[in-house]
Design a protein around this ligand. Structure first.
Ligand code: NAP
Length: 263
């Protein structure tokens, strides 16, 4: 039996790629889309897939197994809460949620016993980059993160950079890095700081999603680097999550908690 999917944000760069992925996947069925403008999606019109401005209508009167949301945090939060309250599982690539929003989603997913996966990065290679960085940070504790994205990205630093720092913090004690009397001649020159880990955000046209995690030790450097060249790189992670979300009755944050690194 096919998995019945609604996509929010089908006109977007991620959303349009997700539409193609769902249409190509034999056991997935795209039953509706949510788009605040509802215009100009010829692929959907050709296939007779309805597009709704109001998410309530997309979920009403049809079986929906999974919502894939690729929009902006504010809209996505409302879509997710509405879907979970209808026991519709969620696979969310949208970034920029506040900690409070994540906690609200966690609470509603648990209360409704409905699976939800939020992943700031669905590229398998990026997950491996974070995993390898967490191993490296046990041994090389001086670390800085440089993330680079296209200039239409709203949030900085990226969800992936924040997540990488969070993972590193689980294996590394708080540490002040750099010179003890360091002075920022231009404010922000040393980037954002999370528990001593400096995070630098670059925004330029031509970039997609890139990150380097640089470790320094006496007389040595280790760089763990990942590049997403296009948005197809995120689709395998979404596909895996759509299948895995059926096994969940709560929120799982991060694709690394869905992938099996051991077997
Ligand atoms: P995008 O091209 O700007 O697309 C965003 C879509 O969301 C557009 O269709 C946009 O419609 C819609 N939207 C914007 N504001 C909205 C609102 N208030 N209500 C409803 N819909 C709204 O962005 P993108 O590159 O596809 O990225 C989409 C999201 O995925 C972002 O949060 C991005 O950070 C995230 N992302 C995640 C991953 C991952 O692996 N998890 C990878 C890349 C990007 P309009 O055209 O009308 O504004």
């Amino acid at each position: 039996m096919s998995i019945k999917i609604v996509i929010a944000g089908p006109r977007g760069r991620m959303g349009s790629e997700a539409v193609n992925m769902v249409l190509e996947e034999p056991n997935f069925e795209l039953v509706a889309c949510i788009d605040r403008k509802k215009t100009g999606i010829s692929t959907l019109a050709e296939k007779g897939i309805p597009v709704y401005q109001n998410p309530e209508e997309a979920f009403y009167g049809r079986q929906v197994d999974v919502l894939i949301d690729l929009t902006v945090a504010e809209a996505s939060f409302n879509h997710i809460i509405m879907a979970l309250q209808k026991n519709i599982r969620c696979v969310v690539g949208t970034t920029g949620f506040t900690a409070e929003q994540i906690e609200d989603i966690r609470r509603v997913a648990s209360e409704t016993k409905t699976g939800c996966i939020i992943a700031p990065n669905f590229a398998i290679g990026a997950i491996l980059m974070m995993h390898f960085s967490t191993i490296a940070a046990k041994f090389l504790t001086d670390v800085e993160i440089i993330e680079k994205h296209h200039d239409n990205k709203i949030d900085a630093p990226s969800g992936t950079a924040i997540k990488t720092a969070e993972m590193i913090k689980t294996v590394r004690d708080t540490k002040r890095q750099g010179h003890h009397d360091e002075i920022e001649v231009l404010k922000g020159a040393r980037g954002a700081v999370d528990d001593g880990i400096h995070i630098h955000s670059v925004r330029l046209p031509g970039l997609v999603a890139h990150q380097e995690v640089i470790f320094g030790g006496e007389g040595q450097q280790l760089t763990i680097k990942h590049d997403s060249m296009n948005r197809k790189s995120f689709m395998d992670g979404i596909k895996i999550s759509v299948n895995k979300v059926f096994d969940l009755e709560e929120l799982v944050y991060g694709l690394e908690n869905v992938l099996d690194f051991e077997s």
